[in-house]
Design a binder for this molecule. Structure first.
Ligand SMILES: Nc1ncnc2c1ncn2[C@@H]1O[C@H](COP(=O)(O)OP(=O)(O)OP(=O)(O)O)[C@@H](O)[C@H]1O
Ligand SMILES: Cc1cn([C@H]2C[C@H](O)[C@@H](COP(=O)(O)O)O2)c(=O)[nH]c1=O
Length: 210
């Protein structure tokens, strides 16, 4: 059977990844694709349990390397239990965050080192990298304000980091866009939802047409 396509969605807090992912899923299903929508950290029971530990606001004592290792562990389990079987069945897998989150948040913003964090993730994911990554670029102040005005979105441990941390996350992502221009495509997430959706859809359609 034909191998599927693995597409990941990245960006700082409140950039609109989940909003656009939900809409893209519907559009792509209507176009006839078998779509699996999932997220990191989480997506399956073990990884959702790790997510609770990672994002719990009370876990202020969490060491930075512990954090990086827990994200990688959640990623491994999610990959083998959910993502790889779907790709083997030919699905288009749309995943809210993947390795680039670890590179931007733990590697760059926490200062653990992008190459070091890449190495522990290679142990977790082996050769599996996304075919395509959409990076939703937004001023973190705007993203955090969006989250605060959304009454349904719980504020988590990472959201509570200083603005300077979130600015470094964005810097980290922009560095990754420069480093992997073939795989990572930038979407201007400051536009309205319909415009962002159209841009994201165009990037995916361009990719699958090739
Ligand atoms: N283009 C947009 N313009 C204005 N508001 C938006 C836009 N996209 C999403 N929002 C709103 O911003 C908030 C955050 O959106 P969403 O949850 O999709 O972001 P996210 O990138 O998944 O965030 P996080 O990764 O931090 O959970 C929501 O209230 C959503 O309705
Ligand atoms: C996968 C991954 C995620 N993070 C951070 C990014 C966010 O602050 C949270 C996840 O919350 P979301 O509402 O689902 O976006 O976790 C990270 O720091 N490192 C990672 O690898």
């Amino acid at each position: 059977m034909e191998q599927g396509v693995f597409i990941t969605f990245e960006g700082p807090e409140g950039a609109g990844k989940t909003t656009i992912l939900n809409k893209l899923s519907d559009v792509l299903k209507q176009q006839g694709y078998n779509v699996l929508q999932t997220r990191e950290p989480g997506g399956i029971s073990i990884s959702e349990q790790i997510r609770e530990v990672l994002l719990n606001k009370d876990n202020t004592a969490m060491d930075e390397r512990t954090e990086a290792l827990l994200y990688a562990a959640a990623r491994r389990q999610h990959l083998v239990e959910k993502v790889l079987p779907a790709l083997e069945k030919g699905y288009m897998v749309l995943c809210d965050r993947f390795i680039d989150s670890s590179l931007a948040y733990q590697g760059y913003a926490r200062g653990l080192g992008v190459d070091e964090v890449y190495q522990i993730n290679r142990f977790a994911i082996g050769e599996t990298m996304p075919n395509l990554t959409l990076y939703f670029d937004l001023d973190p102040e705007v993203g955090l304000a969006r989250i605060q005005s959304n009454g349904e979105r719980e504020i988590n441990r990472l959201d509570l980091e200083k603005l300077s941390f979130h600015e470094k996350v964005r810097e980290g992502y922009l560095m990754l866009v420069d480093r992997f221009p073939e795989r990572i495509k930038l979407v201007d997430a400051s536009a309205g939802v319909e415009e962002v959706l159209a841009d994201a859809l165009m990037i995916i359609e361009d990719y699958v047409r090739k």
